[in-house]
Design a protein around this ligand. Structure first.
Ligand code: GLU
Length: 469
């Protein structure tokens, strides 16, 4: 290995969604690049023209953006580089590392049958046939002249040493008969041209690593360091699928997970630092080494993700959370009014401790956003006896006299009021709660009062007390 500066990449194919496995691959590439002071690049493998719509490409940009994994350069688009891929094949032909194969579909079928019967890979008679031994204009593919003997060893950073017998690798096609470059060729040329030093990707590409190594060798290019990551499995240990719930990055966003929680969580899927459950980006960057990734599949664990998300919700700036909560309400067509963002921002710190997701946090703000007069639940109505009404009226006056409207002073005011009345909080607390919340989940009384603010709190009391018993 040379000491080239580290350059990593992710190379997703646009499919219309960004899989959580791709997100984890992106994160590991990003962490490794940051850890080594290198660069993290993005290549869009958009050679499937039907699937690679602008919208599908945008999903990848949005996914990375949301995850906070910013590539260090403009993205490279693979399809646009087809001329360069063809030029490399020309060079390989000139070097004798590739050859034109004019086998017809029928001949290929016969060879395939023979190869199967003899338990070997297919071989083209054109490999050793000189040029000119064909009809001008006959279609051909270009194949790599792979070594027939020996072995190709992938010294994988995660999987260890993986050995492929060269006799099991056929002469792979580099250019199809229509002149289009094949997948493995395009990947190698692009990775080479982008200066990629470390290919960190899913282990479904491990077999490709052997073939790609042969292409590098045919061009005398430096082979990158390989690191093939195990799949992410569902909680039950089987391959992640729809029945395990979310698989796409956007779904985790929609379910109310914060990107920093996802980064922390994804980092723990196959990698870790001792028993540390919660760590910052800076810590992950300083600790991460792709060599420490474990080779066994990682299991998705919703409880852990929820725990982390709750942690990050409790840490986040209320203004930021408020914006996200507004987004959740809008996505649910919940009617919002001018000034609700202020109420939400004030409410968020008072209700977030129990919230596992932004959806739960949004639910917890609903009580504060209700419009007067509130519809009181039957239970609250039942609590409003004449005695309690009289007490709440006196409480209203007591609250109105409060100079500051903060949790500690309001807690003290409520306690002082109960003492002065010679009753426990249980005598008026539940009724007050119903009046303030309209029966929706709400924080404790002082918290609810602060969320609502003084005018709204007193207004809700007035509404309830002016309703006939
Ligand atoms: N385009 C490939 C995929 O989406 C990734 C290829 C690679 O990372 O080398 O799985």
């Amino acid at each position: 290995m040379s000491d080239r500066p580290v350059v990593t990449r992710i190379a997703p194919s646009p499919t219309g969604s960004m899989h959580i496995g791709t997100a984890r691959t992106a994160l590991f590439n990003w962490l490794y690049a940051k850890h080594t002071g290198g660069k993290f690049l993005l290549r869009i493998e958009d050679t499937d023209r039907e699937r690679s719509t602008d919208a599908a490409v945008q999903v990848i940009f949005d996914g990375l953006d949301w995850l906070g994994l910013k590539p260090d350069a403009e993205p490279v688009f693979q399809f646009a580089r087809a001329d360069r891929h063809r030029a490399v094949v020309e060079e390989m032909l000139a070097r004798g590392g590739a050859y034109r194969c004019y086998m017809t579909p029928d001949e290929l079928e016969i060879e395939r049958e023979a190869a199967r019967a003899e338990g070997r890979v297919i071989r083209s008679p054109w490999r050793d046939r000189g040029a000119g031994n064909y009809d001008e204009g006959q279609p051909y593919v270009v194949r790599l002249k792979s070594p027939l003997e020996g072995e190709t060893v992938i010294a994988d950073q995660v999987k260890g040493q993986v050995t492929f017998q060269n006799k099991t690798l056929d002469d792979l096609i580099l250019l199809r008969s229509d002149g289009s470059p094949t997948y493995n060729l395009a990947v190698v040329v692009d990775d080479h041209d982008m200066g990629i030093t470390h290919v960190i990707r899913g282990d479904d590409h491990l077999n490709n690593a052997a073939r790609q190594t042969l292409i590098y060798q045919a061009m005398d290019w430096e082979v990158p360091v390989w690191a093939h990551l195990p799949l992410i499995h569902g909680p039950d240990g089987t391959k992640l699928s729809k029945r395990h719930g979310a698989q796409a990055v956007s779904e985790f966003d929609d379910m109310g997970y914060l990107p920093e929680a996802m980064r922390n969580y994804l980092a723990k899927l196959g990698w870790g630092h001792g028993d540390d459950e919660i760590f910052s980006d800076a810590q992950a960057i300083s600790w991460f080494d792709v060599k420490d990734v474990v080779g066994a599949p990682a299991r998705l664990d919703w409880d852990k993700l929820n725990h982390l998300n709750n942690h990050y919700i409790r840490q986040a700036e209320p203004a930021r959370l408020a914006k996200l909560v507004v987004g959740v309400h809008k996505s649910r067509d919940f009617p919002l009014h001018d000034g609700d963002d202020v109420i939400i921002e004030r409410t968020v710190p008072l209700v977030r401790d129990g919230a596992k997701t932004m959806l739960e946090l949004a639910d917890a703000t609903v009580f504060a956003l209700k419009r007067r007069p509130l519809e009181l639940p039957e239970k609250a109505k039942g609590l409003l006896t004449d005695e309690t009404r009289g007490r709440l009226l006196r409480l209203r006056a007591h609250l109105d006299g409060q100079a500051t409207w903060e949790v500690p002073t309001l807690e003290a005011a409520l306690r002082g009021f109960a003492e002065a009345e010679g009753v426990g909080m249980g005598k008026f607390g539940p009724a007050l709660r119903g009046v303030l919340s309209g029966g929706s989940p709400a924080p404790d009384l002082a918290g609810a009062l602060v969320s609502l603010g003084k005018p709204e709190s007193l207004g809700r009391l007035d509404d309830a007390l002016s309703q006939p018993a």
